[in-house]
Design a binder for this molecule. Sequence first.
Ligand SMILES: [Fe+2]
Length: 333
Amino acid sequence: MKFSITILFSLLGIIGISQTYSLPKLKYSYSALSASIDSTTMEIHYTKHHQAYVNNLNKAIAGTKLEVLPIEEIMLNASLTPDAVRNNAGGHYNHSLFWDILTPKKDKKPSAELYKAIEENFKSIDSLKKLMNQAAASRFGSGWAWLVLTPEKKLVVTSTANQDNPIMDVSKVRGIPLIGIDVWEHAYYLKYQNKRADYLGAIWNVIDWEVISNRYTAALTDPLMQKIEKDNWQELKDFYKIIIATCHPLEENNFAPIREMSGELYLKALILKKSTVPASLKHEKTKLALEKMLILSKEIHAMVDRNEKDEHIKKKMEELHTTFHEVQEKCTH
Ligand SMILES: [Fe+2]
């Protein structure tokens, strides 16, 4: 299901059709989890809180370029988006995940593959639960506790504030979330009041290990993982900032930024060439692109120095732009 939604959003993005978000359908009744989460909390949480994130997200992106982007792309660039988009995109994604990983069915077990990964990373499921509960209990104020698969294929426990999540570029630990536990008071206050630890103890009784196992298998080959890995490549991001600031004004024949910043462009290309390439991108194509970007940046800087004609600089910059996108597939600004 996750794949088909992602593919649909991507297609909408490619063909430029705007989208409207809506609440995902719950797989169980409001009272189905009542031993751990009471019916009223479920209903208010889903129909009021989650619905508000959906409404506010639709309102925040309406008429903007974010309207045609997949939600994952919006979250990858969370640091660059307005707070209303970041908070409500996170709110919608996080709650959709939360409903999906809960179940009234008893005795759901992790797959052999996930079980092995948990043992390798945490020694046991009980240690994982303990770490998750510690992360959730120590999250000051409102936020989420996460089990994340990182680009290095490690399972890591972390927490984020507010409606942030590990897909976002603002998160300290990044990767694809497999489990997300909502520790906002609205998730537990009616039944547990100030006893967050009791809520955390009870939630494991309704966790759907089957769904989480499927999420784990899907995350291992999800193209989103490579985007996160690439996004964590700081030197590439620094170079990208100069590309945005110089290349794009050229489309409107504005040459002032590149004439001003060619030295910085060359310096960032040099730093990028010397940086550590993320594991999944360590191949010949990346190596050649980085070398070419350095040569082109050096040439452009020399051309600016010689005060060459605008059109010559523009042509070289177009070549640099194309080469850059061999590493970073497309512009996301
Ligand atoms: Fe919530």
